[in-house]
Design a protein around this ligand. Structure first.
Ligand code: PEP
Length: 260
């Protein structure tokens, strides 16, 4: 997907049951218009993916898996594979901070998932970001560097075209403390510079990089205006269809009212 299109992903985490999810999508479909310059992606719980895939109009919304296992099939009780998600979702979150910190996912798991997503035609959204402690120690750029290398090992430059990077400082997620736009800008520039180092200038220019961390309808525009930022990964504020639709509207350039 070219960078002239903003990508807005709503991560519902472990919220909304089947009935609530269906109602939400029904509401959001009425609130959000199709725009060529915005791609709207919903990441509901795995339980609701299949029914939502039948309900949504894929030209209006796409779906993302919040998580999946890296093997394609086999004796892995309780897991869902990217191969099984193929045809239902178009994206898969990988390395979200809650997966890294609550479920102890390692860079090894994360790069296997990036590979599994690519192998099964899902666009991996590789989430990276520093903790508050790492930031206070001045280690942000080093952490981003390590997580990029860790997640992208084995990804070719052709495959990289399918990868989305989400810069999500851990301290900003679900905390109400969103990062300052200048800090986001600096981090995203560090990410592009690392991609340039690994894959060359063209890849660094073309890769989509999102910001995530306590984004609301009020703060969204400040990030969407940053030239290096190509969209948002929204958690809490995506749980309310109206608030999420306001964020989506801000990503659409043609809407002068929404952009105010
Ligand atoms: C997220 O879940 O990726 C996220 C950014 O959550 P929140 O917007 O609630 O901080």
């Amino acid at each position: 997907m070219a960078r002239d299109k903003k990508l807005i992903i709503g991560n519902w985490k472990m919220n909304l049951n089947m009935h609530e999810a269906s109602l939400y999508v029904h509401q959001l479909a009425k609130l959000v218009k199709n725009h060529r310059d915005v791609e709207v992606v919903l990441a509901p719980t795995a339980l609701t993916l299949q029914s939502l895939s039948l309900q949504i109009n894929y030209r209006q919304f796409k779906l993302a898996a919040q998580n999946f296992y890296w093997r394609d099939m086999g004796a892995y009780t309780g897991e869902i594979s990217a191969a099984q998600l193929n045809g239902i979702v178009q994206y898969g979150l990988v390395g979200h901070s809650e997966r890294r910190h609550v479920f102890n996912e390692s860079d090894k798991d994360i790069r296997a998932k990036v590979q599994a997503a690519i192998r099964n035609n899902l666009r991996p959204v590789l989430c990276i970001g520093e903790t508050a402690f790492e930031r206070s120690e001045g280690e942000t750029a080093a952490v981003l560097h390590d997580q990029l290398i860790g997640g992208l090992a084995n990804v070719t430059s052709e495959e990289l075209k399918e990868v989305v990077i989400a810069y999500e400082p851990v301290w900003a997620i679900g905390s109400g403390k969103n990062a300052l736009p200048d800090d986001v800008s600096q981090a995203v520039r560090a990410i592009r510079s690392q991609i340039k180092h690994l894959y060359g200038a063209k890849s660094a220019e073309e890769i989509q990089v999102l910001y995530g961390g306590s984004v609301t309808a009020d703060s969204a525009k400040a990030y969407l205006d940053l030239p290096d930022v190509d969209g948002l990964l929204v958690g809490g504020a995506s749980l309310d269809a109206h608030a999420f639709s306001e964020i989506v509207k801000k990503a659409h350039k043609g809407s002068s009212l929404a952009n105010k």
